[in-house]
Design a protein around this ligand. Structure first.
Ligand SMILES: Nc1ncnc2c1ncn2[C@@H]1O[C@H](COP(=O)(O)OP(=O)(O)O)[C@@H](O)[C@H]1O
Ligand SMILES: [Mg+2]
Length: 268
């Protein structure tokens, strides 16, 4: 069943989102009239060229940065500030170096004024799932990049948000670790039933993970195409070698390059 017809009610509704940054050298139009509905438990990837407004869109979804115009709704309620139902993961794991692993995982509980003792079983299960059980007392410097990102996945999921917003979380990892993390993310998503918006500039990663891909134009970022991924689940790395996967990669690449050309013609 297509995710956008799953229950007819959007978990996240992005309605005509636009963002213009005011800088010392003028205005930067980062996001232009972007609209899309994201269904509950859908995994949506956002791809587009560097600087097209992907991060701007994600921060708007988080409620941490306001839009210039347009509205983001979570369960039909406008998102106007940090939201307990939303967890974020960034390219850098952003672990605090002076805290050990478990103290890092407990950090959002302090911000959200929740008692981590109520979530002990959940945290332990997550640590086991990502292969970090036994590392609770290690400090970030003692963990590899992949382990740090595993820790940030646990930190995000530990307080059980219904939405995960991820900004190129595996972009700095080597290709093998990235494959591993993609498989791990799919496992966590299946077990935890989250709605995920995942930003990446890797078309391969987007196709491998997503139910649906939102393809963005160069700045100002517009939604050029919604691409439904026609691959069964569970996903396997071998699927990346199938004719469908390669054709879909080319199709999305063509959409992005066509929009870059349009932009260049408009400029020149
Ligand atoms: N805080 C900011 N102030 C001014 N300009 C910004 C700010 N954040 C992003 N931009 C600009 O907005 C555009 C989109 O940025 P961003 O959303 O980070 O793109 P992406 O994540 O797709 O690379 C870029 O031109 C960037 O330089
Ligand atoms: Mg970005």
């Amino acid at each position: 069943m297509s995710a956008d017809t799953a229950n007819g009610k959007a978990k996240i509704k992005i309605d005509s989102a636009s963002k213009v940054y005011e800088t010392q050298s003028g205005y930067v139009h980062a996001l232009d009239n972007f609209s899309s509905d994201i269904q509950e438990r859908e995994l949506v990837c956002v791809v587009g060229p560097s600087g097209c407004g992907k991060t701007t869109l994600l921060w708007a979804l988080s409620g941490l940065h306001p839009l210039t115009s347009g509205t983001v709704y979570l369960d039909d309620v406008p998102v106007k500030g940090p939201h307990p139902e939303i967890g974020m993961i960034f390219q850098e794991a952003n672990l605090l170096p002076w805290r050990n692993l478990i103290k890092n995982i407990e950090f959002p509980f302090e911000i959200k004024k929740l008692n981590p003792n109520d979530y002990r079983d959940r945290i332990q299960h997550l640590l086991e799932t990502v292969g970090l059980a036994g590392f609770e007392n290690k400090y970030p410097r003692e963990l590899s990049g992949g382990m740090q990102q595993r820790a940030s996945l646990v930190r995000c999921l530990s307080f059980d948000p219904s939405v995960m917003l991820m900004d190129e979380p595996f972009g700095a990892l080597d290709a093998f670790t990235r494959d591993e993390m993609n498989l791990l993310l799919l496992k966590l998503w299946t077990e935890n039933q989250k709605t995920i918006v995942f930003v990446t500039h890797s078309i391969t990663e987007a196709l491998f993970l997503a139910d649906r891909i939102l393809v963005m134009s160069p700045r100002p970022g517009r939604l050029t195409r919604e691409f439904k991924v026609d691959l069964p689940r569970p996903r396997h790395l071998d699927m990346q070698m199938t004719p469908y996967f390669m054709e879909a990669t080319k199709e999305i690449k063509d959409i992005i390059y066509a929009s870059i050309e349009v932009e260049q013609h408009a400029d020149g």
